[in-house]
Design a protein around this ligand. Sequence first.
Ligand SMILES: [Zn+2]
Length: 694
Amino acid sequence: MSQLEKLSDWEETARVQERINWLSRQIEHHRFRYYILSQPEITDEEFDRLFRELEDLEGRYPRLRNPDSPTQKVGVPPSTEFGQVRHRVPLLSLANAMSLEELDKWEERLVRALKNQDMEVGPLNYVCELKIDGLSIALTYRNGLFEQGATRGNGEVGEDVTLNLKTVVNLPYRLNPPGPAEKPLPEMLEVRGEIYMPKASFEALNKALIAEDEPPFANPRNAASGALRQKDPRQTAKRNLAFFAYGLYVTDKTIKEPLSHFESLNFLKKFGFPVEVHGRFAKNMQEVKDYCSEWEQKRHELPYQTDGVVIKADNRLLWQALGATAHSPRWAVAFKYPPEEAETLIEDVRFEVGRTGAVTPIAWLKPVKLAGTTVKRASLHNADQIKRLDVRIGDAVVVRKAGEIIPEVVSVNLKRRPAQSEVLHYPTKCPVCGAHLERSGNEVAFRCPNTAACPSQVRRRIEHWVSRSAMDVDGVGESLIEQLINAGLIKNASDLYRLTKEQLLTLERMGEKSAENVLAALHASKKRPLANLFFALGIRHVGQGVAELLAGRFDSIASLAKASKEEIASVEGVGPTIAQAVAEYFAEAPNQSLIKELEALGVTGEGGEEGVQPVSQELAGKTFVLSGTLNTMDRTSAEKAIKRRGGRATSSVTKKTNYLVVGDNPGSKLAKAQELGITVIDESGFRSMLGIAD
Ligand SMILES: [Zn+2]
């Protein structure tokens, strides 16, 4: 080999190694986004492309493969938030077949592998099961009772999500004996299956997220994964997850497992497990292909999301013989349906201004059938996307349902572009109020900065305020809000509470009785739980869940407004991003005056003065006076804390006072208390009386 050849060889190696390292990092990153955060940044197809390129390079240059290459692992390391469970049998993911031809190749590999082992290869039978868009779990049953459930994790070690799984309604807690009733249930049984979110629950969840100005989940699988990995099982319970069993994996000697996988599915049903009913036995590969074709369209009618077909060799003896690669078992493959796409025309593009001022471009389409539904609108996401696609009104475009639920425009068919089409310019001014749009450093969205007066923002904010999960004001809906804004009667939420019957009666179609009902509903909303009030303010990133967390720590708007970023961020489950958004919200003058007005109008939530109800009687019969400044809580919070525990808080020291709580610079009350022989406690003594740890 010449010097020159060696050099180019060396260069080639370095280039390939660099590519392998880059691909490995990308794959690890996207796995983390996908499995841990449930927020993928790329589509499954893009991920598969990266993964296949890495596999291909490693195949051609085996010496360049890193020992910790992502191709040698499944998933990601389990999060430390849950206990760890080591799988008895690795819970691997499946290799994909992206076309019917790839199914033939898979069968060829099976036959070759069996021949290599000198096994007699008769006709191969298969089982086809619809591939549910959820996440795999392994369940252990001991003596017929559900004992433990774990996520896939890295395939070897998963996360213990037993408590959360107990909230899944159709996951059996106690098993039926599969045979004659007197036969004991197996001491140990491991079953695998899929946890998924039904379409209806998924759509409801995304609707709620969009109402909160939070990003929706891209597909039911991400939503299910997020729901299953909640720290609080009550949160999981709210998400309506469901379960399908697809495999019997480990058993003890008390039961005789069927050798046919198809039979073992029936076996699972006898135990009481829900099994997806459309699974089918296939005598040969042609029947497998027929099944895949048959379900390509029909699957959209099911109440759960499916993205392919899982094909397994039916004979379980072959499973053992064939074994698995580091990544996936050889005896099964996942046939993936191509993403659902359709071509249609863009009739209009409208720029909608949301509650927080974000401007979202929406394409209005000539209605088109896609994945079982009619699509009329599609998101164009943001200015960058419009520029990248060079999308124009009148264009023929390809729309796709990402995760087959939220349609988006993926490409423009330039061949069909009308001759006089014009470049679509993203507005520089708010389409509603005309203010110059702004874009902050790391954000993709342009925002209308006219927070206080932009009619669209005002309307959306008030709609949010009265919504069910916020202040729940019955009888005040979108059309009434529009009437009130047009009549100049309201421009923010506090104006609602100043409305009079006379004003309401000036509106069209508003009768005496309805006006009274509206006023009564508004009055009733003043004392909604504090969490609802925090949520109703519409602070960015503060959804219902975060609002509940904040209400657990801060017991009035005032104390939340006064809290430092650090204090807010220290609330369990609330991070620095949220703390920053909360601090920014309260720093703005219009918000400060809104809060003052709300307080003056008595819109204080149940945490408000007269609304405090004792939740215990630890301090019953005890009267407290506070003096000076406390470091860890403000005066209002301290007084409420006393009231909640059944005590009384008064403002002046008398003989009836039991305790004087002194903070910094206590003033004359301290001398008075000493004179009367009243017990004086400092802040830490007070906190321990309240049962708050230091
Ligand atoms: Zn505007």
